[in-house]
Structures are given as C-alpha cells and as structure tokens.
Design a protein around this ligand. Structure first.
Ligand SMILES: [Ca+2]
Ligand SMILES: [Ca+2]
Length: 317
C-alpha cells in the first residue's frame, strides 16, 4: 500500500525525471523499477507502465564456419568438407558397398570447384575417380531397400520406384539447429552416366536428401514438378546440346568422366527447421533398375539460414 500511494503522488516527476524515479523506486524496495523500463500499459492503475513478460533474447543469426582444409576421407571429414563445423553436428555415419564410393576432393574435373572453402564431399554408385569407367566400373550389385520410393510419375518419363535399389551410399547426419536458425541449405551437383541412353526409363539412379524433423519426414530435393533428382529431373541440363532439347552444353563436365553424359550443375536445396531442434538429414545415392552405369553427386556449402521458409523445402538452380 505504501508503494502504490507514493507512486501516484509523484507520477509526473517520474515521467520527466527518470533518474529521480530510479532513486525513488530503489528506495521503495525496487518494486516499481521493472515497470518503468517496460511497456506502455498500466492495468493496475498505479501510474506506471506495467511490466509484461520479459522479451526472450533474440539469438544471433547463424554464421557459417569453414573447416575444410587438411581433411581425410572419414565420415566426419565429409561433413567438414561441406562446412558442418559449428558444433551443430551431433553424429555422422557413412555406409557404402566399396570404400571407393566417397571422397573429399578439392575439385572435380576441370571446372567444378568447392562452392565454399577449399574442399567438397562427393559420393558415387561406383568409383568416385574421374578415371573410373563410369559404364562398366562400379557394378557391385548389392541391393538395399529404396529409402523413399515414389509412385509412377505419370508424365511418361520414368516408372514407379522399385522396392530394392543397388550400390547405395548413405551419409547420415544428426544435427541440432542453432537457436538463430529457421532453416538450412546445401549445394549439390548430380551427374550420371545413365544419360542420355536411359532417359525416361526405369534406370533412374537417384539422389535423395531425406529430412526427419519435427515438421518434415521426406525427401527435400526435387524439381518444380516434384520429380526426384535423377536424369529425369527438370534440372538435368548440363549436357551436349545435340543430345536433348533441354541440354545447355557440356563444357562444365570436362574431365569429370561424365563428359559425354550429363548433370544438373550446382543446385541449392533449402528447407525449414525449428530453432534448436534435433533432426536427421541423410544423403542417399543409389543405382536404380540395375547396378550398372555410375551416378555421382558433389555436396558442399551447408549453412544455417534465418529466412522465411514457411512454404517448405525448395531446390533452386
Ligand atoms: Ca567446402
Ligand atoms: Ca546406374
């Protein structure tokens, strides 16, 4: 009662002499100091703005850290090569048929270089070396369940996914998003020796980025027609212009081993995440239809983002 009565009596002074108000409040057992610094309302009619609930601190936007020099070829090195360096990586595992199906590289062919830093990760359904025979090498013929089978695309290009796929590489990341992140993104570049001969057939080797989070349990890399990343995706346009109407030229494939085949070029997938949540992101690459003809993907430049991704995952050229 003493505090309320005194406060009303000097309300005019408080609004014009803040220093006096602070002194006064401290003398009055500090009871009104929080009201002065708080908002506009005054529900208890004591002459002071009421203290609302404290505003939560705004986390800093996430900052990408680069740690991709001096790496080996372990699963953790693949993660570091793609810029997972900030402590958000809880675990990483790599499953493959042969150890030649993955590597950390500082370039691939004559043109492709890391999108960020000095190294990038690559995985393939055969040997990752550009000198590897992309037609007849890497036919290991080990079957695994399809991680994300889709039905018939119904556009006449490709078929319903089979239950089993071959020669899979699986890179599984367990991550915790920083408090300042509302999403993440990564860059990838898919190439395949299945093109052009097996366009729109069942031989559609596929790259899947499978997110398991509070909000999404699905593949997050697909084109505008929801086609997965294969030789049948709308993004597949790095190829000799004589091979298909969609081809934009194959110069970027020089020295990759896919020179007379094709690829997507660099693409970026973005997906929403809840700040602070733990989730899994698993990259799969596998042969489909049979174990022959190699497909490969470069992955780099993972980073957290603080932007509106409420419309869901998106992949952009
Ligand atoms: Ca990198
Ligand atoms: Ca294949």
């Amino acid at each position: 009662m003493v505090r309320v009565g005194s406060s009303v009596a000097i309300v005019g002074l408080v609004k014009t002499v803040p220093l006096f108000a602070l002194v006064f409040c401290s003398l009055a057992l500090l009871a009104c100091s929080s009201e002065i610094s708080a908002g506009q309302g005054d529900d208890v009619s004591d002459g002071f703005p009421d203290a609302g609930p404290p505003e939560p601190p705004v986390p800093d936007p996430p900052v990408q850290i680069i740690c991709d020099t001096g790496l080996g070829d372990a699963a953790t090195d693949l993660a570091k090569a793609m810029e997972l360096c900030d402590g958000s990586l809880l675990s990483v595992t790599l499953d493959e048929v042969r150890t030649v199906q993955h590597a950390v590289v500082d370039g691939y062919g004559q043109v492709y270089r890391p999108q960020t830093g000095s190294a990038m990760a690559t995985i393939a359904t055969g040997g990752i070396s550009p000198q590897e025979d992309k037609d007849n090498g890497g036919t290991y013929d080990v079957s695994t369940s399809h991680p994300s089978p889709k039905g018939d695309p119904a556009d006449g290009c490709g078929t319903e996914d089979p239950p089993q796929v071959q020669d899979m590489v699986k890179l599984a990341l367990r991550l915790q998003a920083p408090l300042g992140a509302t999403g993440f993104q990564f860059d990838f570049n898919f190439m395949s020796a299945e093109f052009p001969e097996y366009l729109c057939t069942e031989f559609d080797d596929t790259f899947v980025a499978y997110l398991e989070s509070e909000g999404i349990t699905d593949n997050i890399s697909f084109d505008e027609n929801d086609n997965v990343i294969s030789i049948n995706t709308g993004f597949f346009d790095v190829c000799d212009q004589g091979l298909s109407a969609s081809c934009m030229g194959n110069q970027d494939l020089a020295g990759t081993g896919y020179d007379d085949r094709g690829g997507t070029g660099w693409l970026t997938t973005k997906a929403p995440i809840k700040p602070g949540e733990e989730f899994s992101l698993t990259f799969y690459l596998f042969d489909e239809g049979d174990a022959e003809l190699t497909s490969q993907v470069l992955i780099d430049n993972f980073k957290w983002v603080a932007e509106d991704l409420d419309d869901g995952p998106i992949t952009i050229d």
